[in-house]
Design a protein around this ligand. Structure first.
Ligand code: FE2
Ligand code: FE2
Length: 418
């Protein structure tokens, strides 16, 4: 959606009162083009000719519930990224959970609250600062208000959520994983592309997911699937402050190194270490997508002043990508050690004990920068943190030796996204 255009909203409700109240409220928030339908069937017919930016739908609709709508939308490539807000007449935990599981962006209680709706719209469709403000580059209140809706800014992609559930379930099998992956053709294709990359070095082509699991193993395919889901859902655009390939190269490199470190140091499970490494800089994806103008400014300032990006970001906004990433991880209900590692990977000294997972994230990130595996918008990397090295039992002058002992080849790691 172009910022100067009117927001196209499809409102699905059988209630004329709710329809007129909501139309008025939306128009008060920002210019909108609102289309109204009163059934799932009519709405789906409407989708074929016209694509709204946002859908607001009653859960209970005539003979159907909005579950039919959500299911139809999530299985269609053109519709699945349209946010859907579900409205309920009264609070109902089971229905709320059901709607969220089916992909609703949020469940709201009637009557709607204008401030809450306004914040939700701002999260999905930020208004360009040029349209609303003078020349101050940062508006703390706006940043803070948007970050309070972190679950809207960075919803967990549904396949990634299923994979995370499989990770937690000791009884999950390769068949469960393959079943989930095969439901999405484009994800399947991208997983196979990585499985066939120079990084894994198989001479015979791996043609399907079942074969990929046999050849590379359950854990490896689970990890690749997570990478692909996250890349797919949070793709960067042309005017991005981040180079997409370099950024995911850095994230993936950190994930592989963190996994190797966890095996060596026995601190957290290799699976968790991989997820942590992959997500450690995810806050930058949020900044890049939702605070693009500010993020460009921060990267430029950090470069000009030759300072670490997170330091500049904190100075200008009161927060940084690590903290934002921690908020995202928390909203995705990742295990606490992972949340802490993501949140403090640039400040391991903030946690005085039991912080070894943070040290693993910090050190993996350090090695990734040192050996130039990908790039994450940070031209000045951190020095290895003294306390982290102490806790991990590694002396600073032994870092090279320690790296050698991990037997990781930076050139080889760079191959993975080729
Ligand atoms: Fe970072
Ligand atoms: Fe990083």
């Amino acid at each position: 959606m172009n910022h100067s255009e009117r927001l196209k909203v499809l409102l699905i409700t059988g209630s004329t009162v709710f329809k007129s109240e909501t139309c008025l409220m939306l128009q008060r928030i920002r210019p909108c083009e609102i289309e109204h339908k009163d059934s799932v069937h009519k709405s789906l017919r409407y989708f074929i000719q016209y694509k709204p930016d946002l859908v607001i739908a009653d859960w209970q609709l005539e003979s159907h519930t909005a579950s039919d709508l959500l299911q139809a939308m999530r299985t269609n490539d053109d519709w699945k990224r349209i946010p859907v807000l579900i409205t309920l007449d009264e609070s109902d935990r089971d229905l709320t959970e059901q709607a969220l599981t089916l992909g609703a962006a949020q469940v709201l209680l009637k009557p709607l609250n204008q401030n809450a709706l306004s914040r939700i719209l701002a999260g999905f469709f930020p208004v360009s600062r040029r349209q609303v403000k003078g020349n101050t580059p940062f508006d703390y209140r706006e940043i803070k208000a948007k970050l309070e809706q972190i679950h809207l800014l960075a919803p967990l992609p549904s396949l990634a959520a299923k994979i995370m559930d499989l990770l937690k379930d000791p009884n999950s099998s390769a068949r469960d994983l393959a079943g989930e992956i095969k439901k999405d053709q484009s994800i399947t294709a991208r997983i196979l592309k990585i499985a066939n990359s120079a990084y894994y070095g198989f001479h015979r082509e791996i043609g399907n997911v079942d074969r990929a699991i046999v050849v590379l193993g359950f854990d490896e395919i689970m990890n690749i699937a997570q990478v692909v889901c996250l890349m797919e859902a949070f793709d960067t655009e042309d005017d991005s402050a981040l180079n997409r390939k370099e950024f995911w190269g850095h994230s993936l490199g950190t994930a592989h190194i963190a996994r190797a470190l966890s095996k060596r140091l026995n601190d957290l499970s290799p699976r968790d270490a991989f997820v942590m490494g992959l997500l450690h800089d995810f806050g930058k994806v949020v900044l890049n997508q939702h605070f693009r103008e500010e993020f460009h400014y921060m990267i430029k300032t950090a470069e000009d002043q030759q300072r670490p990006l997170h330091e500049v970001c904190r100075e200008l906004t009161g927060t940084d990508h690590a903290e934002i990433g921690g908020m995202v991880a928390e909203s995705w209900k990742l295990p606490l050690p992972l949340v802490r590692a993501i949140r403090y990977h640039h400040r391991p000294e903030s946690v005085d004990k039991d912080g070894r997972e943070i040290d693993v994230a910090h050190l993996a990130n350090f090695f990734c920068h040192r050996y130039k595996i990908g790039e994450s918008g940070n031209s000045v990397a951190d020095e290895p943190n003294y306390l982290s090295l102490l806790r991990l039992g590694i002396k600073e002058d032994q870092l090279d030796e320690f790296w050698q002992s991990l037997k990781m080849d930076p050139m080889h790691l760079r191959d993975i996204l080729e």
